[in-house]
Every structure is written in C-alpha cells, then in structure tokens.
Design a protein around this ligand. Structure first.
Ligand code: ATP
Ligand code: LTN
Length: 334
C-alpha cells in the first residue's frame, strides 16, 4: 500500500524562521514525514504578492529551504522543493482561476485584511488569486492532508470546493484534501506582546525568537520576556498570557507536560524558570542553527538537492496537469 500524500509550504518572507514556525509547523512536518508521502515547498511565487527586493527574495528562498532541512525534513524521504521550479503550479492556477467565482475569492478573509491594510491601489490581482495558486499547489500532488495553521483553513476549504467543482464538471480528477489544523497549544505568542501571534513580519523584533539568531541573543530575549507580578509559574492563558506562552514553548521543545514543568518550578521565581527555558531554547536551536549555516555555506550543493527534489515534484505535477488539460479540452501539442 502506498502512503497517503501530504502537502504543505511556507513563504520565504524573512531571512530566518521564528520559533512559532518551528513549533507550529516544522516539528509536525518532521513527525508526519514518516507516515506520509510528503511534499514541502518554499512558496516563492506566493511571496511575490508582497514587495520584495529580487536578490533578497532569492536569498530568503535558499535560507527557508536550509531551515526546513536543518529542522529535520529529510530531502531523501520527503520532497522538499521550490515552488517556482515546477511550472505546473502557475499553469494549474490559471485553469483553477477560471472556475473560481469572483465573489468566492473576495470572501477570503486574508485577502480582505491585507487589501484593507494596503489600500486598493497597492492591492494586486496576485494577492486576490493567492488562494487559487495555493489550491493548485495542493491539487497537483493529489494531497490527502494539508497541515496548516488556523489562518489558512479557509484557503484549504476553498481548495476542497474547487476540487469538488472540477471533479463534478469534468470527471474525477483531484483528490479532495483534508485540512489538518494544529492545536491551539501549538500557537506561540510574541514574548513582548503575549496576546499577539509570534510572526516573521512582527513590527518589533524584541519578542521574536529567530531560529538563526545567535543562541546568546535568544537566551537574552527569553530572560526579558514579559510575565506578570504574581510570581508563580502557572498556566492560565487569560490571566497570565506571558508565563503561559513560555510554558507552552518549554513543553513543546522538551516533549514534557505543562503540569510537570509547573511542579518543577513551584515555589521558585520567574528568573529560575526563564533560565531553565533559555537553556532548553539554546539546546534545541543551537544545533538547528549550526546545520542551517553549514548548508548555507555550500549554496551549490543546496541548489543541487533542491533541483533533484524539484525533478521528483515535477514528475507528479506534470501528470496531474496533463490530465487536467485533456479534461478541459485543450488541444494536445502533436
Ligand atoms: P508572516 O509574518 O510572513 O505571515 P508567519 O511567521 O506568521 O509569517 P507563515 O509563513 O504564515 O508564518 O506560516 C508558516 C507556518 O508556520 C504555518 O503553518 C503557520 O501556522 C505556522 N506558524 C506561524 N506562526 C506561528 C506561531 N506563532 N505559532 C504557531 N505556528 C505558527
Ligand atoms: N499560504 C500558506 C503557504 C502555502 C501553503 C500552500 C500551505 C502556500 N501554498 C499549500 C499549505 C499548502 C501560508 O501562508 N502559510
């Protein structure tokens, strides 16, 4: 029996990933790659919907790929590639856009939020069709499951609708994928503003733990994390968002349960607790950072790995695309 398929991806929107990406996505991807035939992409075409310096985008794309590998995604086990290396993504996206309603795309909350933030003149058609390209990513590979954060759930629902619509119009062509939404406990908040999600594009960097930061810098950020005046290490998301966030990070990185960590630090101050967490953070991310920097010191080798993986991805994607072209009635080139 072949393994079920999995698809997920991240935008190369920063030089380094943050630990929310690591805990909320990469750790799960790493575990899931055993039981699934997994495809992980660096979605550089999606990143073009944001202003980018061309040289920086290329660099961020490599760096994101290197961090996937450094975090444990194995390019010999999973297919780890750059979206733009497989032209079928853009091609299927066009076909899918012809069966997507204008109103349907306009109801996507990410588009509504971003277009409101940028204003009508700075809002591109690419931002509007972003979810259609995402649907093409997923459907090209006949993915059974798509692990994503909460915020992407609506896009996976749209993907399901488009797959069902295409299948009923042209005959069964696509697997209808299931979203796998990460648990709320896997949501990491900003260390300085613990009610806001930690994010690559946060305004201030003081509360963001970067995977590629010097471990000493990360340790310092942990020591300075916002807590409260109660002084007891106890999980309470409403009353103690700062401490609760630190407990979640501690538990996620050690595989321990929160109550056992609360017990360990009962009667001790936040200083001790933060010191303990800083050690955990340094122990976990030190080696990840070293691996990523080693990979980045040999970009030619990294590019070869990505090229080999893109070839694997392309073999799957072109098969789906050819089927789609036939079904919609495009004349085959002789
Ligand atoms: P950006 O600021 O560029 O939107 P981001 O850091 O918020 O980036 P995404 O690139 O949108 O992250 O997300 C990549 C993956 O990481 C998604 O699966 C998302 O759910 C997960 N993720 C991002 N931030 C967090 C977080 N703070 N906690 C848990 N998971 C997160
Ligand atoms: N939009 C997603 C990134 C993304 C993706 C995908 C995730 C692009 N294509 C396909 C899962 C499957 C994001 O911003 N996190």
């Amino acid at each position: 029996m072949s393994k079920p398929r999995l698809y997920s991806g991240m935008q190369p929107s920063a030089d380094s990933l943050q630990i929310g990406n690591y805990i909320g996505a990469l750790m799960q991807w790493r575990d899931l790659q055993e039981a699934y035939d997994a495809f992980f992409s660096v979605v550089d075409l999606h990143a073009l919907t944001q202003p980018n310096d061309p040289a920086e985008l290329r660099e961020k794309t490599r760096r994101t790929a290197a961090q996937y590998i450094a975090a444990g995604i194995e390019p010999s086990k999973s297919t780890l590639y750059v979206q733009s290396h497989v032209p079928a993504h853009a091609e299927l996206s066009w076909i899918l856009s012809t069966i997507t309603g204008f109103g349907e795309a306009g109801r996507m909350t990410q588009f509504k939020d971003k277009s409101q933030r940028y204003g009508a003149d700075a809002t591109s058609v690419g931002l509007f069709t972003y979810p259609v390209l995402m649907a093409a990513d997923i459907l090209l590979y006949q993915a059974d499951i798509v692990p994503v954060g909460d915020d992407q759930k609506q896009h996976v629902e749209l993907t399901r609708d488009l797959a069902e619509r295409f299948n009923s119009r042209y005959g069964t062509t696509f697997t209808v994928p299931m979203p796998v939404i990460q648990q709320d406990t896997a949501r990491i908040y900003d260390l300085q503003n613990p009610t806001a999600k930690m994010s690559k594009s946060a305004e201030s960097d003081a509360g963001v733990l970067w995977l590629l930061d010097d471990p000493a810098v990360s340790a310092k950020k942990v020591m300075r994390a916002v807590t409260d005046s109660e002084g007891s290490v106890r999980y309470d998301r409403e009353e103690k968002p700062g401490v609760s966030n630190l407990l979640v990070i501690y538990a996620a990185l050690t595989g321990r349960q929160i109550p056992s960590i609360e017990d360990e630090y009962a009667g001790r101050g936040y200083g001790d607790f933060k010191k303990g967490l800083a050690e955990v953070v340094v122990a976990e991310f030190g080696p990840v950072r070293e691996r990523a920097l080693a990979l980045l010191s040999d970009p030619a080798e990294l590019d070869r790995v990505l090229a080999a993986n893109a070839a694997r991805a392309e073999a799957v994607a072109t098969r789906t695309l050819a089927d789609v072209y036939d079904r919609v009635g495009l004349l085959r080139r002789a």
